[in-house]
Design a binder for this molecule. Structure first.
Ligand code: PMP
Length: 421
Protein backbone atom coordinates (compact mmCIF):
# COMPACT_ATOMS: atom_id res chain seq x y z
CA UNK A 1 0.00 0.00 0.00
CA UNK A 2 0.97 3.63 -0.24
CA UNK A 3 1.38 3.92 3.52
CA UNK A 4 3.64 0.91 3.69
CA UNK A 5 5.99 2.32 1.11
CA UNK A 6 6.06 5.89 2.50
CA UNK A 7 9.48 6.85 3.97
CA UNK A 8 8.26 7.16 7.60
CA UNK A 9 5.70 4.37 7.64
CA UNK A 10 5.77 1.87 10.48
CA UNK A 11 6.49 -1.72 9.40
CA UNK A 12 3.25 -3.63 8.88
CA UNK A 13 4.64 -6.63 10.72
CA UNK A 14 6.35 -5.48 13.93
CA UNK A 15 9.83 -6.92 14.29
CA UNK A 16 9.77 -9.74 16.77
CA UNK A 17 10.99 -8.37 20.10
CA UNK A 18 12.89 -10.57 22.50
CA UNK A 19 10.49 -12.06 25.08
CA UNK A 20 9.93 -9.46 27.79
CA UNK A 21 10.78 -10.49 31.33
CA UNK A 22 7.63 -9.60 33.26
CA UNK A 23 8.68 -7.06 35.84
CA UNK A 24 5.69 -8.06 37.95
CA UNK A 25 6.87 -11.63 38.50
CA UNK A 26 8.75 -10.58 41.64
CA UNK A 27 5.40 -9.73 43.24
CA UNK A 28 4.04 -13.28 42.81
CA UNK A 29 4.73 -14.35 46.41
CA UNK A 30 2.93 -11.26 47.74
CA UNK A 31 -0.04 -11.81 45.40
CA UNK A 32 -0.22 -15.49 46.41
CA UNK A 33 -0.10 -14.64 50.12
CA UNK A 34 -2.92 -12.16 49.77
CA UNK A 35 -5.04 -14.52 47.70
CA UNK A 36 -4.55 -17.32 50.23
CA UNK A 37 -5.66 -15.02 53.01
CA UNK A 38 -8.77 -13.80 51.17
CA UNK A 39 -9.61 -17.41 50.21
CA UNK A 40 -10.19 -18.12 53.91
CA UNK A 41 -13.20 -15.83 53.66
CA UNK A 42 -11.90 -12.81 55.60
CA UNK A 43 -12.27 -9.26 54.35
CA UNK A 44 -9.30 -7.36 53.04
CA UNK A 45 -8.05 -5.27 55.96
CA UNK A 46 -6.28 -2.92 53.54
CA UNK A 47 -9.34 -2.03 51.47
CA UNK A 48 -11.65 -0.29 53.93
CA UNK A 49 -13.79 2.57 52.65
CA UNK A 50 -15.23 5.21 54.96
CA UNK A 51 -18.61 5.84 53.36
CA UNK A 52 -19.43 8.64 55.76
CA UNK A 53 -17.45 10.22 58.57
CA UNK A 54 -19.71 11.51 61.32
CA UNK A 55 -17.13 12.77 63.80
CA UNK A 56 -13.48 12.15 64.72
CA UNK A 57 -14.56 8.89 66.40
CA UNK A 58 -17.41 7.56 64.22
CA UNK A 59 -17.82 6.57 60.59
CA UNK A 60 -20.10 4.47 58.44
CA UNK A 61 -18.33 1.45 56.92
CA UNK A 62 -20.38 -0.87 54.67
CA UNK A 63 -23.54 0.76 55.94
CA UNK A 64 -22.64 0.14 59.59
CA UNK A 65 -22.02 2.73 62.30
CA UNK A 66 -18.45 2.08 63.40
CA UNK A 67 -16.28 3.45 66.22
CA UNK A 68 -12.94 4.60 64.87
CA UNK A 69 -10.04 3.40 67.00
CA UNK A 70 -7.44 3.22 64.27
CA UNK A 71 -6.90 6.77 63.02
CA UNK A 72 -4.21 9.25 64.02
CA UNK A 73 -6.81 11.87 64.86
CA UNK A 74 -5.41 12.07 68.40
CA UNK A 75 -6.81 15.48 69.26
CA UNK A 76 -10.02 15.23 67.25
CA UNK A 77 -9.33 18.44 65.30
CA UNK A 78 -10.85 17.31 61.96
CA UNK A 79 -14.32 18.55 62.86
CA UNK A 80 -13.31 21.57 64.93
CA UNK A 81 -15.61 24.41 63.76
CA UNK A 82 -12.81 27.04 63.69
CA UNK A 83 -10.57 24.72 61.69
CA UNK A 84 -13.31 24.03 59.16
CA UNK A 85 -14.21 27.73 58.89
CA UNK A 86 -10.56 28.66 58.22
CA UNK A 87 -10.38 26.06 55.44
CA UNK A 88 -13.60 27.22 53.82
CA UNK A 89 -12.55 30.88 53.92
CA UNK A 90 -9.19 30.09 52.30
CA UNK A 91 -10.90 27.97 49.64
CA UNK A 92 -13.18 30.91 48.81
CA UNK A 93 -10.43 33.54 48.81
CA UNK A 94 -7.51 31.65 47.28
CA UNK A 95 -9.08 28.86 45.22
CA UNK A 96 -8.53 25.14 45.32
CA UNK A 97 -4.80 24.86 44.66
CA UNK A 98 -1.50 26.68 44.16
CA UNK A 99 -0.34 25.16 40.87
CA UNK A 100 3.28 25.39 41.77
CA UNK A 101 6.30 24.93 43.99
CA UNK A 102 6.85 26.84 47.21
CA UNK A 103 9.98 28.24 45.54
CA UNK A 104 8.12 29.81 42.64
CA UNK A 105 4.41 30.75 42.63
CA UNK A 106 3.28 28.30 45.33
CA UNK A 107 3.84 30.31 48.51
CA UNK A 108 0.51 31.89 49.53
CA UNK A 109 -0.36 33.88 52.64
CA UNK A 110 -1.43 30.79 54.55
CA UNK A 111 1.76 28.81 53.91
CA UNK A 112 3.63 31.61 55.63
CA UNK A 113 0.96 31.74 58.35
CA UNK A 114 1.24 27.98 58.99
CA UNK A 115 5.00 28.43 59.38
CA UNK A 116 4.36 31.34 61.79
CA UNK A 117 1.95 29.13 63.77
CA UNK A 118 4.62 26.41 63.99
CA UNK A 119 7.23 28.92 65.19
CA UNK A 120 4.81 30.05 67.91
CA UNK A 121 3.91 26.48 68.83
CA UNK A 122 7.53 25.34 69.18
CA UNK A 123 9.08 28.66 70.23
CA UNK A 124 11.34 28.09 67.21
CA UNK A 125 13.30 30.46 64.98
CA UNK A 126 12.57 28.60 61.75
CA UNK A 127 9.77 26.44 60.36
CA UNK A 128 9.47 24.90 56.94
CA UNK A 129 6.25 23.30 55.68
CA UNK A 130 6.37 20.35 53.26
CA UNK A 131 3.53 18.66 51.38
CA UNK A 132 3.57 15.62 53.73
CA UNK A 133 5.47 14.39 56.77
CA UNK A 134 6.91 11.69 54.54
CA UNK A 135 8.39 14.38 52.32
CA UNK A 136 9.70 16.34 55.30
CA UNK A 137 11.79 13.33 56.31
CA UNK A 138 12.72 12.61 52.72
CA UNK A 139 13.83 16.20 52.19
CA UNK A 140 15.61 17.02 55.42
CA UNK A 141 17.48 13.72 55.80
CA UNK A 142 18.62 13.52 52.18
CA UNK A 143 19.80 17.13 52.18
CA UNK A 144 21.34 17.66 55.60
CA UNK A 145 23.83 14.78 55.57
CA UNK A 146 25.82 13.88 52.51
CA UNK A 147 28.87 11.91 51.31
CA UNK A 148 31.41 11.36 54.08
CA UNK A 149 28.83 12.22 56.76
CA UNK A 150 26.76 9.82 58.86
CA UNK A 151 23.11 9.28 59.72
CA UNK A 152 22.68 7.09 62.78
CA UNK A 153 19.13 5.82 63.14
CA UNK A 154 17.04 3.53 65.31
CA UNK A 155 16.45 0.16 63.60
CA UNK A 156 12.66 0.56 64.04
CA UNK A 157 12.56 3.96 62.32
CA UNK A 158 9.57 4.89 60.16
CA UNK A 159 9.74 4.11 56.43
CA UNK A 160 10.00 7.82 55.59
CA UNK A 161 13.24 8.02 57.61
CA UNK A 162 14.70 5.03 55.81
CA UNK A 163 13.60 6.45 52.47
CA UNK A 164 15.14 9.84 53.30
CA UNK A 165 18.43 8.04 53.95
CA UNK A 166 18.10 6.09 50.70
CA UNK A 167 17.58 9.31 48.74
CA UNK A 168 20.71 10.95 50.13
CA UNK A 169 24.38 10.03 50.03
CA UNK A 170 25.32 9.83 53.72
CA UNK A 171 26.63 6.64 55.31
CA UNK A 172 23.85 4.93 57.25
CA UNK A 173 24.39 3.29 60.62
CA UNK A 174 21.56 1.56 62.51
CA UNK A 175 21.41 0.92 66.23
CA UNK A 176 19.22 -1.52 68.17
CA UNK A 177 15.75 -0.12 68.89
CA UNK A 178 15.82 2.25 71.88
CA UNK A 179 19.26 0.96 73.00
CA UNK A 180 21.32 3.83 74.42
CA UNK A 181 24.26 1.47 74.84
CA UNK A 182 24.22 0.37 71.18
CA UNK A 183 23.92 3.99 70.01
CA UNK A 184 26.97 4.89 72.13
CA UNK A 185 28.95 1.94 70.78
CA UNK A 186 28.17 2.66 67.15
CA UNK A 187 28.86 6.38 67.43
CA UNK A 188 32.18 5.53 69.10
CA UNK A 189 33.31 3.59 65.99
CA UNK A 190 32.81 6.53 63.60
CA UNK A 191 35.54 9.01 62.65
CA UNK A 192 35.54 11.76 65.29
CA UNK A 193 35.80 14.61 62.76
CA UNK A 194 32.94 13.44 60.46
CA UNK A 195 29.54 15.18 60.52
CA UNK A 196 26.86 13.04 62.22
CA UNK A 197 23.10 13.19 62.59
CA UNK A 198 21.30 10.97 65.11
CA UNK A 199 17.66 10.39 64.10
CA UNK A 200 15.11 9.44 66.76
CA UNK A 201 11.35 9.28 67.13
CA UNK A 202 9.51 10.48 70.23
CA UNK A 203 6.86 7.76 69.94
CA UNK A 204 7.44 4.65 67.82
CA UNK A 205 4.18 4.15 66.01
CA UNK A 206 3.92 0.38 65.78
CA UNK A 207 4.08 -0.57 69.47
CA UNK A 208 3.41 2.92 70.84
CA UNK A 209 6.59 2.89 72.95
CA UNK A 210 8.63 6.02 73.60
CA UNK A 211 12.34 6.71 73.18
CA UNK A 212 14.64 7.33 76.17
CA UNK A 213 15.34 10.72 74.63
CA UNK A 214 17.34 12.29 77.49
CA UNK A 215 19.93 9.51 77.51
CA UNK A 216 19.97 9.28 73.71
CA UNK A 217 20.62 13.01 73.34
CA UNK A 218 23.33 12.93 76.02
CA UNK A 219 25.15 10.16 74.13
CA UNK A 220 24.70 11.91 70.77
CA UNK A 221 26.13 15.17 72.14
CA UNK A 222 29.07 13.33 73.76
CA UNK A 223 30.05 12.17 70.27
CA UNK A 224 29.49 15.59 68.68
CA UNK A 225 26.39 14.54 66.70
CA UNK A 226 23.44 16.71 65.76
CA UNK A 227 20.00 15.38 66.74
CA UNK A 228 16.72 15.16 64.81
CA UNK A 229 13.55 13.92 66.51
CA UNK A 230 10.44 12.91 64.56
CA UNK A 231 7.55 13.81 66.88
CA UNK A 232 4.77 12.75 64.48
CA UNK A 233 2.89 10.70 67.12
CA UNK A 234 3.35 13.01 70.11
CA UNK A 235 2.55 16.50 68.84
CA UNK A 236 -0.35 18.09 70.65
CA UNK A 237 -0.36 15.96 73.79
CA UNK A 238 3.16 15.31 75.13
CA UNK A 239 4.79 18.11 77.12
CA UNK A 240 3.43 21.26 78.67
CA UNK A 241 2.84 22.96 75.30
CA UNK A 242 2.19 19.77 73.35
CA UNK A 243 5.55 19.96 71.57
CA UNK A 244 6.38 16.31 71.94
CA UNK A 245 8.28 13.75 73.98
CA UNK A 246 11.40 15.93 73.96
CA UNK A 247 9.48 18.65 75.80
CA UNK A 248 7.91 16.13 78.17
CA UNK A 249 11.37 14.94 79.30
CA UNK A 250 12.75 18.48 79.68
CA UNK A 251 14.84 18.82 76.52
CA UNK A 252 14.99 22.05 74.52
CA UNK A 253 14.99 22.85 70.82
CA UNK A 254 18.35 24.39 69.92
CA UNK A 255 20.34 23.26 72.97
CA UNK A 256 19.48 19.55 72.96
CA UNK A 257 17.53 18.86 69.78
CA UNK A 258 18.53 20.49 66.47
CA UNK A 259 15.54 19.55 64.33
CA UNK A 260 11.99 18.47 65.06
CA UNK A 261 10.08 16.80 62.24
CA UNK A 262 6.32 16.57 62.38
CA UNK A 263 3.17 16.11 60.39
CA UNK A 264 -0.24 17.74 59.95
CA UNK A 265 -1.81 14.32 59.31
CA UNK A 266 -2.17 13.30 62.94
CA UNK A 267 -2.99 15.68 65.83
CA UNK A 268 -3.28 18.70 63.51
CA UNK A 269 -5.99 16.89 61.56
CA UNK A 270 -5.20 17.66 57.92
CA UNK A 271 -2.24 16.84 55.66
CA UNK A 272 1.28 18.24 55.42
CA UNK A 273 4.67 17.96 57.09
CA UNK A 274 7.22 20.25 58.66
CA UNK A 275 10.62 20.74 60.19
CA UNK A 276 11.38 23.33 62.89
CA UNK A 277 14.86 24.37 63.99
CA UNK A 278 16.83 27.13 65.67
CA UNK A 279 19.88 26.58 63.49
CA UNK A 280 20.92 30.03 62.17
CA UNK A 281 21.49 28.68 58.66
CA UNK A 282 18.30 26.61 58.48
CA UNK A 283 16.66 28.75 55.75
CA UNK A 284 19.22 27.45 53.23
CA UNK A 285 17.14 24.25 53.18
CA UNK A 286 14.56 26.09 51.06
CA UNK A 287 17.19 26.47 48.34
CA UNK A 288 18.62 22.98 48.46
CA UNK A 289 15.97 20.48 49.54
CA UNK A 290 14.63 18.71 46.46
CA UNK A 291 11.42 17.23 47.98
CA UNK A 292 10.54 20.81 49.00
CA UNK A 293 11.39 22.43 45.66
CA UNK A 294 10.32 19.92 43.02
CA UNK A 295 6.71 19.41 44.06
CA UNK A 296 3.59 21.54 44.31
CA UNK A 297 2.78 23.23 47.61
CA UNK A 298 -0.25 22.33 49.71
CA UNK A 299 -3.65 23.81 48.81
CA UNK A 300 -4.39 27.07 50.66
CA UNK A 301 -7.37 25.50 52.45
CA UNK A 302 -5.09 22.82 53.90
CA UNK A 303 -2.48 25.21 55.29
CA UNK A 304 -5.20 27.51 56.63
CA UNK A 305 -6.81 24.63 58.56
CA UNK A 306 -3.34 23.60 59.78
CA UNK A 307 -2.49 27.09 61.08
CA UNK A 308 -5.79 27.35 62.96
CA UNK A 309 -5.49 23.85 64.39
CA UNK A 310 -1.87 24.33 65.52
CA UNK A 311 -2.76 27.54 67.40
CA UNK A 312 -5.70 25.82 69.11
CA UNK A 313 -3.49 22.88 70.11
CA UNK A 314 -1.27 25.27 72.08
CA UNK A 315 -3.97 25.60 74.73
CA UNK A 316 -5.73 22.25 74.37
CA UNK A 317 -5.00 21.18 77.96
CA UNK A 318 -8.43 19.65 78.52
CA UNK A 319 -8.14 17.52 75.39
CA UNK A 320 -4.64 16.39 76.38
CA UNK A 321 -5.95 15.27 79.78
CA UNK A 322 -8.90 13.44 78.21
CA UNK A 323 -6.66 11.65 75.71
CA UNK A 324 -4.37 10.40 78.49
CA UNK A 325 -7.40 9.29 80.51
CA UNK A 326 -8.66 7.33 77.52
CA UNK A 327 -5.26 5.70 76.95
CA UNK A 328 -5.03 4.63 80.60
CA UNK A 329 -8.58 3.22 80.65
CA UNK A 330 -8.13 1.22 77.44
CA UNK A 331 -4.69 -0.08 78.44
CA UNK A 332 -5.93 -1.19 81.87
CA UNK A 333 -9.07 -2.82 80.44
CA UNK A 334 -7.19 -4.79 77.77
CA UNK A 335 -4.49 -5.85 80.24
CA UNK A 336 -7.11 -7.07 82.74
CA UNK A 337 -8.75 -9.19 80.03
CA UNK A 338 -5.42 -10.90 79.33
CA UNK A 339 -4.36 -9.41 75.99
CA UNK A 340 -0.63 -9.16 75.28
CA UNK A 341 0.17 -5.48 74.66
CA UNK A 342 3.10 -3.69 73.05
CA UNK A 343 3.93 -1.70 76.19
CA UNK A 344 3.66 -2.50 79.91
CA UNK A 345 2.16 0.95 80.61
CA UNK A 346 0.13 3.31 78.44
CA UNK A 347 3.21 5.13 77.08
CA UNK A 348 1.33 6.99 74.35
CA UNK A 349 -2.05 7.17 72.59
CA UNK A 350 -1.16 4.03 70.60
CA UNK A 351 -1.96 0.71 72.24
CA UNK A 352 -0.95 -2.36 70.23
CA UNK A 353 -2.29 -5.85 70.79
CA UNK A 354 0.25 -8.49 69.81
CA UNK A 355 -1.13 -11.59 68.09
CA UNK A 356 0.43 -14.89 67.09
CA UNK A 357 0.03 -14.81 63.34
CA UNK A 358 -1.62 -13.16 60.39
CA UNK A 359 -4.63 -15.49 60.39
CA UNK A 360 -5.44 -14.79 64.03
CA UNK A 361 -4.93 -11.05 63.53
CA UNK A 362 -7.20 -10.86 60.50
CA UNK A 363 -9.98 -13.00 62.00
CA UNK A 364 -9.97 -10.92 65.18
CA UNK A 365 -9.82 -7.69 63.15
CA UNK A 366 -12.84 -8.81 61.15
CA UNK A 367 -14.81 -9.84 64.24
CA UNK A 368 -14.24 -6.36 65.67
CA UNK A 369 -15.28 -4.67 62.43
CA UNK A 370 -18.44 -6.71 62.22
CA UNK A 371 -19.19 -5.67 65.79
CA UNK A 372 -18.77 -1.99 64.83
CA UNK A 373 -15.15 -1.21 65.74
CA UNK A 374 -12.34 -0.25 63.39
CA UNK A 375 -8.73 -0.75 64.49
CA UNK A 376 -5.54 -0.92 62.41
CA UNK A 377 -4.13 -4.24 61.33
CA UNK A 378 -0.38 -4.05 61.03
CA UNK A 379 1.96 -6.67 59.69
CA UNK A 380 5.59 -7.05 58.63
CA UNK A 381 7.48 -5.26 57.15
CA UNK A 382 5.80 -2.28 58.91
CA UNK A 383 5.98 -3.99 62.30
CA UNK A 384 9.08 -4.86 64.34
CA UNK A 385 10.32 -8.45 64.79
CA UNK A 386 7.78 -9.98 62.41
CA UNK A 387 4.83 -9.29 64.71
CA UNK A 388 1.15 -9.08 63.76
CA UNK A 389 -0.62 -6.28 65.55
CA UNK A 390 -4.05 -4.84 66.10
CA UNK A 391 -3.25 -1.23 66.78
CA UNK A 392 -5.59 1.03 68.66
CA UNK A 393 -5.01 4.76 68.49
CA UNK A 394 -7.09 6.88 70.78
CA UNK A 395 -8.71 10.24 70.31
CA UNK A 396 -9.37 12.92 72.92
CA UNK A 397 -12.98 12.83 71.70
CA UNK A 398 -13.60 9.18 72.56
CA UNK A 399 -16.15 9.25 75.36
CA UNK A 400 -15.90 7.01 78.44
CA UNK A 401 -19.03 5.27 77.15
CA UNK A 402 -17.32 4.55 73.79
CA UNK A 403 -14.25 3.15 75.55
CA UNK A 404 -16.51 0.88 77.59
CA UNK A 405 -18.16 -0.40 74.39
CA UNK A 406 -14.74 -0.86 72.79
CA UNK A 407 -13.59 -3.01 75.72
CA UNK A 408 -16.76 -5.11 75.56
CA UNK A 409 -16.19 -5.68 71.82
CA UNK A 410 -12.54 -6.68 72.41
CA UNK A 411 -13.65 -9.10 75.10
CA UNK A 412 -16.25 -10.75 72.87
CA UNK A 413 -13.99 -10.93 69.78
CA UNK A 414 -10.96 -12.10 71.80
CA UNK A 415 -12.91 -14.96 73.35
CA UNK A 416 -14.57 -15.92 70.05
CA UNK A 417 -11.19 -16.14 68.28
CA UNK A 418 -9.48 -17.78 71.26
CA UNK A 419 -6.95 -15.01 71.89
CA UNK A 420 -8.10 -14.73 75.50
CA UNK A 421 -9.96 -17.26 77.59
N1 PMP B 1 6.98 10.01 60.62
C1 PMP B 1 6.36 9.06 61.34
C2 PMP B 1 7.00 8.57 62.59
C3 PMP B 1 5.12 8.56 60.90
O1 PMP B 1 4.51 7.61 61.61
C4 PMP B 1 4.55 9.06 59.72
C5 PMP B 1 3.22 8.59 59.19
N2 PMP B 1 2.58 7.57 59.80
C6 PMP B 1 5.24 10.04 59.01
C7 PMP B 1 6.44 10.49 59.48
C8 PMP B 1 4.70 10.58 57.72
O2 PMP B 1 3.68 11.46 57.93
P1 PMP B 1 2.66 11.88 56.77
O3 PMP B 1 1.42 11.08 56.98
O4 PMP B 1 2.43 13.34 57.01
O5 PMP B 1 3.31 11.63 55.47
Amino acid sequence: TEAATAPHALPVEPATAPPARDLFSKFDPLIAEREALLATGVRDPFAIVMERVKSPTEAVIRGKDTILLGTYNYMGMTFDPDVIAAGKAALDQFGSGTNGSRMLNGTFRDHVDAEEALKEFYGADHAMVFSTGYQANLGILSTIATKGEYIILDADSHASIYDGCALGNAEIVRFRHNSVEDLDKRLGRLPAEAGKLVVLEGVYSMLGDIAPLRQMVEVARKHGAMVLVDEAHSMGFFGEHGRGVYEEVGLELGTDVDFVIGTFSKSVGTVGGFCVSNHPKFEVMRLSCRPYIFTASLPPSVVATAATSIRKLMTADKKRAQLWDNARTLHRGLTDMGFKLGTAQPDSAIIAIILDDQQQAVVMWQALLEGGLYVNMARPPATPAGTFLLRCSLCAEHTPEQIERVLAMFGAAGRAVGVIS
